[in-house]
Design a protein around this ligand. Sequence first.
Ligand code: SF4
Length: 136
Amino acid sequence: MDTNRYFFKNGIRFECTRCGICCTGEPGTVYVNKEEVYKIAKYLNIEVDVLKENYLYPFRDSYSIKELENGDCIFFKDGCSIYPVRPMQCRTYPFWMMNLRNEKRWEQVKKECPGIGNGRIYTADEIIEIINNSPI
Ligand code: SF4
């Protein structure tokens, strides 16, 4: 793939600091596919129906995660309480299409996420692959 036309053609350094900024605050949806629903239930050692009833709500062809009144993810308790089984949408942040659609938007995201600029360099090809794997 010719990635030279992307503003991130030289790659982007990123390592999550697990600060929780992207899991808290402003309300949003977090798409959880059906396989992820089962994985989260298993991880929490609860029935799938109990998970759906207490932590999820229907969204698109599957579910999204409930939030507290302040917009925080219901699973955010001094860090992500389902980190090993967190949904693909969370795993792929900040490399979402909506964040990388242009440099101006990316500059905004950089101000919100302290992990950007730290850690290893993700190549443009890797970033494109992550974008393609993200449900958002
Ligand atoms: S805002 Fe960035 S550094 Fe903080 S938890 Fe989210 S991805 Fe990690």
